[in-house]
Write a protein that binds this ligand. Structure first.
Ligand code: MG
Length: 447
């Protein structure tokens, strides 16, 4: 079991994620992938530059060569891994965490993130301290690669047709949250004919504008701006811009599973095939997939699982409930820019407001609760819960325990980072979702 690796890489504050730690872990990663060309990128966090030097030193010591992309979105790095046929990549970012955090996201040659399981292998080398060091005359070089942003933007330009957006010229408000989205999004939306207003579009690693997680609470200013400016939509990215959240023209916050359902609809109109999502995603996604002639495949919660299964199945699209969507025709990581452009294009093509497009998606209601649980009891609770609910519905224990009923479901999952169990129910009405939650929460409490 990995000690440091979470669902996608490692996150911590500087007491844990020291330069020494970053150097040793990067060296262990370099050994794990057996050397080769590794891309390094980072977001604008204040500790980013310090960690960048440590990561590069670690990679070089294990015999890798390094292409340094500088400050870029995570999706830019993932796109370039494949484009430049690199052996892997390291992104220095803590995604949506507060500014005092940072993190290391490691990805393989297919731009698939290193999962918790693979991370455990890297940690073995890290813990042993026995690194394979490159000989003095075998050490490779570091080169800067300043073309990454423009090359990624070029690929993004090809993901939608320009004529619909140019004709409609919608008014959009973009909230980049002082993150790396500001390096690409405002320029791109202007090129596609949008009337753009930006919020928090200056790169600033202390995130002075808003917290980096695009929750309803953190996007209040954006919601107000969309209404005040009579804009057609608001768009907000998280810190490393892999996830994106939309605000409709009425200032309404659109949850990630709703926008993902719309993306599935868009993708399946182009090509039929499998859709990959996590066991914690709304049935709205499965409904749209079936309706549009696709099939649904479930994986554990976490970007790397989505990416890997997408590759294995040659899936049409993949995504999760928090606003992260993979468009495999471009690369295998979540890309918040493609997602935003695809929804923009659909809105303009159909000539319909965003709220009406979302209203066309299947409606589900949910109810959730958190239960305190010490880390050493989590697995026992899940095991006992599974025995207790046997026969209640179709059970999926890939990640936690999910029980599917006719048109509703409930899932019990252990939090990866906190002393908590999370329980989530979804149904066709709020009353039903609340009822299901109450029933299964009581079962967990009695275990
Ligand atoms: Mg992120």
């Amino acid at each position: 079991m990995a000690k440091y690796f979470g669902t996608y890489g490692i996150r911590g504050k500087l007491d844990m994620l020291t330069p020494e730690f970053a150097l040793r872990m990067s060296s262990a990663f370099g050994e794990h992938i057996n050397g080769g060309k590794v891309l390094v990128g980072r977001d604008a966090r204040l500790s980013g530059e310090m960690l960048e030097h440590a990561v590069i030193a670690g990679l070089l010591s294990s015999g890798c060569s390094v292409l340094n992309l500088g400050i870029v979105p995570l999706s830019t790095l993932e796109f370039e891994i494949r484009k430049l046929s690199a052996a892997g990549g390291v992104m220095i970012t803590a995604s949506h965490n507060p500014p005092e955090w940072n993190g290391l996201k490691f990805a393989d040659k297919d731009s698939i993130g290193i999962s918790r399981e693979d991370g455990a292998e890297i940690e073995k080398v890290f813990e042993s301290g026995r690194f394979k060091k490159a000989d003095w005359n075998q050490l490779k070089k570091v080169e800067n690669y300043p073309l990454a942003l423009e090359e990624h933007a070029d690929a993004l330009r090809k993901t939608i047709e320009r004529r619909h957006t140019l004709k409609e010229s919608p008014k959009v408000v973009l909230d980049c949250g002082n993150g790396v989205a500001s390096l690409i999004a405002p320029k791109l939306f202007k090129e596609f004919g949008c009337k753009v207003t930006t919020l928090n579009s200056q790169l600033d690693g202390s995130f002075p504008g808003r917290n980096s997680e695009p929750t309803p609470q953190n996007l209040q200013e954006l919601m107000k701006a969309v209404v005040a400016l009579k804009a057609d939509m608001g768009v907000a990215w998280d810190g490393d811009a892999d996830r994106v959240i939309f605000i409709d023209e009425k200032g309404g916050y659109i949850y990630g599973d709703k926008s993902f359902a719309l993306c599935v609809d868009i993708a399946l109109r182009q090509r039929k095939g499998p859709v990959v999502t996590t066991v914690a995603t709304s049935n709205a996604v499965a409904d749209v997939a079936k309706e549009r002639g696709g099939s649904i495949e479930y994986v554990k919660v976490g970007g790397p699982y989505l990416s890997r299964r997408t590759k294995e199945l040659n899936a049409v699209i993949a995504g999760e409930e928090a606003g992260g969507v993979i468009w495999p025709e471009v690369h295998l990581g979540k890309d918040g820019f493609i997602t935003a452009l695809k929804i923009l294009e659909r809105m303009c093509k159909d000539g319909r407001p965003l709220s009406s497009l979302i209203a066309g998606m299947p409606a589900y209601y949910n109810s959730k609760a958190r239960l305190e649980c010490p880390p050493d009891r989590k697995q026992t609770v899940l095991k006992k819960f599974k025995e207790k609910v046997r026969g209640d519905g179709k059970i999926n224990d890939m990640d936690g325990v999910r029980i599917d009923f006719d048109d509703s479901w409930v899932i019990l999952r252990a939090s990866g980072t906190e002393n908590l169990m999370r329980i989530f129910a979804e149904a066709r009405s709020q009353k039903k979702a609340d009822e299901i939650l109450r029933k299964y929460k009581r079962i967990v409490e009695k275990l």
